[in-house]
Design a binder for this molecule. Structure first.
Ligand SMILES: [Fe+2]
Length: 360
């Protein structure tokens, strides 16, 4: 089986081919790279039979329509996809073979109504319905998004075999694909929760504005073949919830505490609880850590909240390198009902710049 990710940026386009028949499909192609894809297919002596979009994209213009025109392949999407240029619609449970490779379609609404995952014997292409690790999943606040349907899709993911390797449609921070077993342990969207608690969790996220994404959706509904059909900012973490958390909005929710104040409070009070949410190795590196800090990486926090129960009523200060992960951690704690949560402004970078002592 030929399996490659073709793009140099966060949008992932997968080339999947059968070595013997030389038939290939492209999943989630990006319009601006269509020329490169055609060249790559030619160099590899592959015949593109199908192009598949896992959903109507909101962050880039699909190359599906242009590829269909250029190489006369089928353009495949879920039955609910509104784009008229789609030539072959699939529904949940649809099975087929790419050469000798079996693949099954799983409907996974929530991010959009027309989201699908492609399930192979050893891997799953999840589109935007599931990202890797703390990236969680695609936002559910765009047109067609539905947090309740997303919970239903997560339950279906939880029921799939652990060995499948997860390949999402976006990866903004160079996380490596890992097994569904890993995701069940570390992805906050797969954390066991009731449907209502999950909806509350998603609806409570304060995400950044996405008006431009609605224009991109419209361009894809209209099968745009012009890369300038909608304005798109360069490689922002547009689909990732974590990357779109509105800093301004969070600031109102999560109080910041300057490093000087944290130091003063630690010297004068004993009820301050410092929670360092970086990866363990970072605490031993150049920036060090605040002596006495408890370390739970932000990627594991949702699963390890029980360890913090004894400190629930303490004033908790979340700390990371510069503040981003600490913000996410503070939100997780606040959504779990911890009453007094602050973020150390500037993180350990600010602490070190201030010349404050660090543990080894
Ligand atoms: Fe998306």
């Amino acid at each position: 089986m030929i399996f490659e990710q073709l793009n140099p940026h966060a949008c992932r386009t997968y080339l999947i081919g059968d070595e013997k028949s030389r038939e290939a499909v492209l999943v989630d192609p990006v319009l601006e790279h269509v020329g490169d894809y055609v060249k790559t297919l030619g160099q590899r002596r592959l015949t593109l039979t199908h192009v598949i979009d896992t959903h109507t994209h909101a962050d880039h213009i699909s190359g599906g329509a242009a590829l269909k025109d250029e190489v006369s392949c089928q353009y495949v999407m879920h039955q609910k996809a509104p784009a008229r240029c789609v030539t072959f619609h699939v529904t949940d449970g649809f099975e087929c073979r790419l050469g000798n490779i079996p693949v099954k379609v799983m409907a996974t609404p929530g991010h959009t109504k027309d989201s699908i995952a492609l399930v192979f014997e050893d891997r799953i292409l999840t589109g935007d319905v599931l990202f890797l690790d703390d990236a969680g999943a695609g936002r559910t606040d765009l047109p067609g998004g539905d947090p309740g349907e997303h919970w239903d899709s997560m339950q279906r993911m939880l029921g799939l075999p652990d060995h499948l390797i997860v390949y999402p449609a976006h990866e903004y921070r160079n996380r490596r694909p890992s097994s569904l077993k890993d995701q069940k342990l570390h992805n906050p969207n797969l954390h066991p929760r009731s449907r209502k608690a999950y909806i509350d969790y998603l609806e409570g996220l304060k995400l950044g504005p996405a008006d431009w994404m609605k224009d991109v959706l419209k361009a894809n509904y209209a099968c745009a073949r012009d890369p300038k059909a909608a304005w798109i900012p360069v490689d922002v973490p547009a689909c990732e919830v974590k990357g779109t958390m509105a800093v301004g909005a969070n600031d109102q929710l999560v109080a910041g505490m300057p490093v000087e104040e944290v130091k003063r409070e630690l010297e004068t009070r004993t009820r301050l609880f410092v929670l360092d949410v970086r990866d363990p190795h970072e605490l031993k590196e150049e920036l060090g850590h605040i002596t006495g800090a408890t370390n739970i990486p932000v990627t594991k926090l949702a699963h390890r909240l029980a360890e913090l129960e004894p400190y629930r009523d303490r004033e908790i200060i979340t700390v990371c390198k510069s503040g981003g992960r600490a913000h996410t951690a503070a939100q997780i704690l606040m959504q779990a009902g911890f009453p007094k949560v602050h973020v150390m402004t500037g993180g350990m970078t600010g602490w070190k710049q201030a010349g404050f002592p660090t543990g080894a």
